[in-house]
Design a protein around this ligand. Structure first.
Ligand code: IPM
Ligand code: MG
Length: 369
């Protein structure tokens, strides 16, 4: 089996972390005997500098024709006043791929519970899946700019709410059966529609899922006060952008988290939730594990290579268990060193996976390697 992966390294630390993710995926492919063809494409600020556009037709076509798209990061201060911003390319790509559901899982490795700015006993055991609506709302509403005014509008249709809520309800069913829908229905009409549609679906199609509603301001507070009460969270584009950055602090570093953006068709778009970190770009300091987690999601959700995804996650666990950490986590590894060690952990995790497989043949009780 051969899969094509469109790689968009982008800006800032994007190329550094993408290189690690690419090598990790290639190693998994070797072990599981499938082929990955990577095609690296200009995107974001890097593409503006070369072609005057953050997303060229060539890059878009290549993404649309790929089995999955991997993105590093976009943006940087050098394009702040440019006529076109790198971020516009990302929004255009999300819209063109139709990836309306952005999955941002946040879990806390036990070795890392004391790395969070919150107390360890608050964050230990946290396991949240944020489902952010990604192709509507404030990011895509009608806009106007005048000399002395500017406006952005938040518009949602029933269909847009339904399709993302369905993804969230289905995930809740596979997880702990709980869904929190976050809105601002005490103020916004778009939120009142959101709440009505989600409530109707809950009552009609998902009576087995425990659904509750929370205002965005209260959700921001409860996420810090009692984070382990959350299972799946579904919310509007902008609210999800903000809540997911907040939630990343539970895990210890924003550099750890990955995301999947999915629509009704292939390809999905997989990217770490962090930005381009211009302050540390080019210094080999970035934490590549958010990119590696995104790569695991790409292998599993994007390609259906679930065993490969599993082994890659076990390799990340091994990095934490051995405290093979970059500076953001208090370690001393550079991004590229972490990448090299990652490959050794992948090999070890793959061997453990094979042994587990043999043992499963003899006994139902297989200790986690
Ligand atoms: C994210 C980022 C993007 C967003 C930016 C870079 C446009 O913050 O993926 O969370 O706001 O969606
Ligand atoms: Mg963001």
């Amino acid at each position: 089996m051969t899969y094509t992966i469109a790689l968009l390294p982008g800006d800032g630390i994007g190329p550094e972390i993408t290189a690690v993710a690419e090598a990790a995926m290639a190693r998994i492919a070797q072990h599981f005997k499938f082929d990955l063809e990577f095609e690296s494409l200009a995107f974001g600020g890097a593409s503006i500098d070369r072609y005057g556009e953050p997303l060229t037709q060539l890059t878009l076509k290549a993404c649309q024709g790929a089995d999955a798209v991997f993105l590093g990061a976009v943006g940087g201060p050098q394009w702040d006043n440019a006529p076109k911003r790198p971020e516009a390319g990302l929004l255009a790509l999300r819209a063109a791929l139709g990836v309306y559901a952005n999955l941002r899982p946040v879990s806390v490795h036990e070795k890392l519970s004391h790395k969070s700015p919150l107390r360890a006993e608050l964050v230990s055991g946290v396991d949240i899946m944020i489902v952010r609506e990604l192709t509507g709302g404030l990011y895509f509403g009608k806009r106007e700019v005048g000399e002395d005014y500017a406006s952005d509008t938040c518009t949602y249709t029933r269909k847009e709410v339904e399709r993302v809520a369905r993804v969230a309800f289905d995930l809740a069913r596979q997880r702990r059966g709980k869904l929190t829908s976050v809105d601002k229905a005490n103020v916004l009409d778009s939120s009142r529609l959101w709440r009505k549609v989600v409530s109707e679906m809950g009552a009609r199609d998902y009576p087995d899922v425990a659904l509750d509603h929370m205002y965005i301001d209260a959700a921001a507070m409860h996420l810090l006060r009692r984070p382990s009460d959350f299972d799946v969270v579904v919310t509007e584009n902008m609210f999800g952008d903000i809540l997911s950055d907040e939630a990343s602090m539970l895990a210890g570093s924003i550099g750890l988290l990955g995301s999947s953006s999915l629509g009704d068709h292939k390809p999905g778009l997989f990217e770490p939730i962090h930005g381009s970190a211009p302050d540390i770009a080019g210094q080999d300091l970035a934490n590549p594990l958010g990119a590696v987690e995104s790569a695991a999601q790409l292998l599993g959700l994007g390609l259906g290579e679930h065993d490969g995804a599993h082994v890659l996650r076990r390799a990340v666990d091994r990095m934490h268990a051995c405290e093979d950490w970059t500076k953001d986590l208090g370690g001393s590894l550079s991004c590229s060193e972490a990448g090299r060690i990652m490959l050794e952990h992948i090999d070890a995790a793959f061997r453990a996976f094979e042994i587990e497989g043999y043992r499963r043949g003899f006994s139902p009780e297989v200790a986690e390697a």
